[in-house]
Write a protein that binds this ligand. Structure first.
Ligand code: K7E
Ligand code: CUA
Length: 684
């Protein structure tokens, strides 16, 4: 910043010239002559000057004003839940301000949130979400979805999958915290989900890598072994699509009512669960229908080469309502705790079909009307629109071009295709607005490309035609528009989730942040508003829900167990603190019921014996919003926070003697530094 030279003033003529100044002033929204440009248009307006001083173009200054949200004002219209990629977390942002409001620990421990550092509730979540191989403390989140009522998001729950180890997590929007993780049976990895069915009966999710699959027995991580050869891969490896039964009152999955559909050993990729004309159907695409297994060091071509030979892969079309009925009729087989509709049954009973899709596609999204399935070509520069009505009719008429090696009927491409839109290089994901437009991310072209859909989504002329494009910075993966993926998207904003940011931010070491770019899609031309560096990675997909659909708690009622939102059996009131020592099995347990209230931890001295299992139940008896207390014990790796009203249990083995300091880690009050205690572990 500094003084602006005459030359610069002249060059940036948006102020000096009355007309331009007026235009900028008016568009900024303050009105010419008021604040922006003084009468006479000589560029003395305060905002103009400020913009100039900071070297901002008028367009940029306008963008800043359109999204700036001062503290204390509630100008955000949407909340975005973004994946945190291989950080294993989820990220909550306000839109359009792009302010980060929260990180949610999902698959990865987080000491600040009291997740996985001695806290028993979160430890149980992580344990339940692990396999027999290891306790899993990291994940790779890709696709969040929000619970639905009549195909619209209701703002109660979110799900987000772990691509790495085939897990699904449930987040409550009451407290924006993780409630459950399940390790999905029979699957080695996942990618397609999460997708709630229109009334949240199920969360659908497909596998990514096929798993070794014992006929009749399925796959169990850590024990199923079928040697990886090309023949075994074709004969004994399988993909899966799961429908996790969702109990929306409790916010938990019920594996006993869940089911799976066995799929051929293609790499199943993105999927979408339909509504309207596509209600009852799941669409998922696939890559590597070549069934290449890799083996560059064993004389075979590299996987990505061998997996890109064919001109077409298969869009999978699953009649999930019919599959559900098969399960109810007892035609599914129980494998590893879940009912599986086997591939044979799926073929015989007519619940699985393919449609050719060009070529190693990515992205599979349903238009707001539910009529079109849009698939990004990835290696083909087109978006293919499939017409669900045609798909259904062709299935009824049994019009197939043949079957795949597993007997799955293949529809004729020309019969089920609505259109192909030439969009540019590397099309991936499609999102929609409220005016019948699709927006596709083009990874290689570094663009978001807007096109018209067809009827009933778009009823004008030039259906399936590109009408606008905007450069992004750089290498966009997903994009998100407001409430896209439902029957009534809201238009207005689009967030491009970009992988690279090369020259957009100051250098903070060789690895630059991911770049989330906010784009205004309300006008005829898309317009870039803001770049948000995300120093946590890597966001894949995100969903933006209208802020008024969310009804989060302000405080927990005192004594709440956040796992169930009911009164915890370990809740106590101030004055009821106690310490007990009792034996369970062969182990001595020192059990403490304590309270937290500014600025006392009661008890502040805990005396136990070496070898005791120490279990501390803290009740934060505060009733004031935001009056959180933290908890940390030196050298014992116990850390967390207890929100106002919350009851949280911490547990650890006191196996080393000594006198250890513990304290409230949250600066909560003037006497916060005094909010401390001692853990005395007497030698055995
Ligand atoms: Cu395109 Cu996992 Cu949805 Cu990332 S995936 S970009
Ligand atoms: Cu409680 Cu600091």
């Amino acid at each position: 910043m500094g003084t602006i030279s005459e030359k610069k003033l002249k060059r940036r003529e948006f102020l000096g010239v009355a007309g331009a100044g007026l235009a900028a002033g008016a568009a900024i929204g303050f009105g010419a002559g008021r604040l922006v440009t003084q009468p006479g248009g000589q560029g003395t307006g305060e905002l103009d000057k400020l913009a100039l001083q900071r070297g901002l173009e008028p367009e940029e200054a306008r963008s800043a004003l359109r999204i700036f949200n001062p503290g204390g004002k509630y100008l955000d219209e949407f909340i975005m839940i973004s994946s945190g990629g291989h950080s294993g977390q989820a990220i909550i942002l306000g839109i359009p301000s792009m302010r980060i409001l929260k990180y949610i620990a999902v698959y990865t421990p987080d000491p600040w949130q009291g997740y996985g550092y001695g806290n028993v509730e979160s430890r149980e979540i992580l344990k339940k979400g692990s396999s027999d191989v290891r306790l899993l403390t990291g994940g790779d989140t890709h696709h969040p979805d929000i619970s639905r009522t009549n195909a619209e998001w209701d703002g109660e729950w979110a799900c987000i999958g772990d691509k790495l180890s085939a897990r699904m997590a449930i987040i409550s929007f009451k407290d924006f915290a993780t409630k459950e993780i399940v390790r999905m049976p029979n699957m080695g990895s996942q990618h397609g989900g999460a997708h709630f069915t229109p009334n949240s009966e199920y969360v659908a999710c497909g596998s990514f890598f096929p798993t070794p699959w014992e006929p009749g027995k399925g796959y169990k991580p850590g024990s199923t072994y079928i040697q990886l050869t090309e023949k075994n891969y074709a004969d004994f490896y399988r993909g899966q699509n799961i429908y996790l039964a969702f109990d929306r009152s409790r916010g938990r999955f019920d594996l006993t009512r869940s089911f799976q559909v066995e799929l051929p050993p293609y790499v199943q990729d993105l999927e979408a669960v339909g509504w309207g004309p596509s209600d009852g159907w799941t669409f998922m695409n696939s890559i590597n229908t070549e069934r290449a297994i890799g083996g560059v060091m064993e004389g075979r071509p590299a996987l990505e080469v061998a997996a890109s030979q064919r001109d077409f892969d298969y869009l999978h079309i699953i009649n999930w309502k019919k599959a559900e009925q098969l399960v109810k009729d007892g035609k599914a087989k129980e494998m590893n705790g879940i009912k599986v509709v086997t591939l044979d049954t799926a073929v015989k009973e007519g619940i699985l079909f393919f449609a050719p899709e060009p070529k190693s596609p990515h992205g599979c999204d349903i238009s707001p009307s539910g009529r079109y399935v849009l698939v990004g070509g990835k290696l083909a520069p087109v978006v293919t629109a499939y017409d669900v009505e045609k798909i259904k009719q062709n299935i009824v008429d049994q019009r197939f071009e043949g079957t795949d090696p597993y007997g799955v009927p293949i529809l004729r491409f020309e019969e089920v295709k609505a259109a192909q839109v030439e969009v540019g290089l590397g099309p991936l994901h499609n999102e929609f607005d409220d005016a019948g437009h699709g927006h596709v991310s083009c990874f290689i072209a570094n663009e978001v490309v807007r096109y018209n859909l067809g009827p009933p989504d778009y009823t004008g002329s030039n259906t399936f035609t590109v009408i606008d494009r905007i450069k992004i910075q750089y290498n966009i993966g997903h994009l998100a528009t407001t409430e896209s993926g439902t029957a009534s998207p809201k238009g207005k904003y689009l967030v491009a989730l970009n992988k690279w940011s090369i020259d957009r931010f100051p250098n903070v070491g060789p690895l630059l942040p991911q770049n989330l770019q906010l784009i205004d899609i309300s006008g005829e031309k898309m317009q870039l508003l803001y770049d948000l560096p995300i120093g946590l990675g890597e966001p894949h997909y995100a969903k933006m829900i209208s802020i008024d659909k969310l009804k989060p708690l302000e405080v927990y009622a005192v004594g709440t167990d956040p796992a169930t939102f009911t009164v915890s059996p370990n809740a106590i009131r101030k004055g009821q603190e106690r310490i007990e020592r009792h034996q369970v099995g062969g182990t001595w347990v020192s059990e403490i019921w304590g309270t937290l209230l500014r600025s006392t931890m009661a008890p502040d001295i805990i005396r136990v014996k070496q070898g005791d299992l120490v279990r501390i139940h803290w009740t934060n008896v505060e009733t004031v919003r935001d009056a959180t207390h933290g908890f940390g014990i030196a050298d014992y790796n116990v850390m967390g926070k207890i929100d106002p009203g919350e009851v949280a249990t911490y547990e650890f083995l006191a196996d080393k003697p000594g006198v250890f300091y513990y304290y409230c880690t949250e600066f909560c009050s003037p006497l916060h530094m005094e909010m401390t205690g001692w853990l005395e572990v007497a030698p055995a």
